[in-house]
Ligand binder design. Sequence first.
Ligand SMILES: C[S@@+](CC[C@H](N)C(=O)[O-])C[C@H]1O[C@@H](n2cnc3c(N)ncnc32)[C@H](O)[C@@H]1O
Length: 307
Amino acid sequence: MHSLLDDPEGKPEMTTPGIRIFSLLILQTLWLGTSCSADLSSPKIDDEMLKQEEIYKSEGETRPEGYVINRGLSAYTDVLSPGFDRALANLAPKERWLDIGAGEGQAILDYYTGSDDLGDGATRERRGRKAQAVAISIEDRRQPVWYQTAASLETNQIQYFFNKRMRDYSLDVLGKFQVITDLLGGFSYTDELSSFMDKVLQFLDLKGSFYTLLQDVKSEGGTNQPFYANSPYLTEIANADGSEVKVCSWLKSITCVEVTCELKTHWKPPVEAYRIHKVCNAVTVPALAKINYAAGTPPERRFLLKK
Ligand SMILES: C[S@@+](CC[C@H](N)C(=O)[O-])C[C@H]1O[C@@H](n2cnc3c(N)ncnc32)[C@H](O)[C@@H]1O
């Protein structure tokens, strides 16, 4: 079982009692026995998905301590890749920021209320009014301060969409964005990592950047071990022969993007921060199949790289 460890803000992300019932080898064998086109489905995984739904719906005392929903902009600038604060500060009024898995939307509120103003005076002068910001979350976590802030701004300067996942949105509804963030949101929680990534890149404007991270993964440099003894990394990708594929390498194999990966060890568990910069439109994301999913905050996931 994973113990509960705080991140630097004293806000823990943890995995629910980690029940790794399946041997990963058995899972791989099972998956390879199928037509190779679909995710592995099993009663156990279905059960874990239901448990995950309960976490999304949890309120008050039933919300696991590790399910943090109110990180502010300072946490985003601290843990996302260098350059995120500058990219946000440089957005022009007609440009747009999407925060996937926004929780209460505190980072967007901080951006608007200026309690965490970004950039120097010259940047602010050049920028003038702030960009439009859109939050999405599976569950509606808005607090009164969200409604008050939205009412004090022009219509649709900040928007909050819920009851859907990233995969359910169309370009008609959300439009394109120059900056997209995901701090322990859909990228950490989805069971469909490659289609999630494909979707994000559809919403990302050319020359735009997606800033995200994963906790407890094998880093690009391979210098870290799984954070919890006798446990796997939280997110793992394997080739059909069982050999490991680092998440950073998988991201770098996507076409039409430039990717940086940076291990940040001051978060516990450590995170690898990713900047995915879109340089052309012919994006192809190497497909992954789900072979394990254990509910948690975030969940434990294992994927197989399809040929
Ligand atoms: C742990 S909270 C993180 C909230 C916020 N980013 C923070 O750091 O305080 C996870 C958020 O991700 C959202 N989420 C998880 N999977 C998602 C998906 N596939 N699409 C959209 N939102 C998702 C949840 O609904 C929730 O808002």
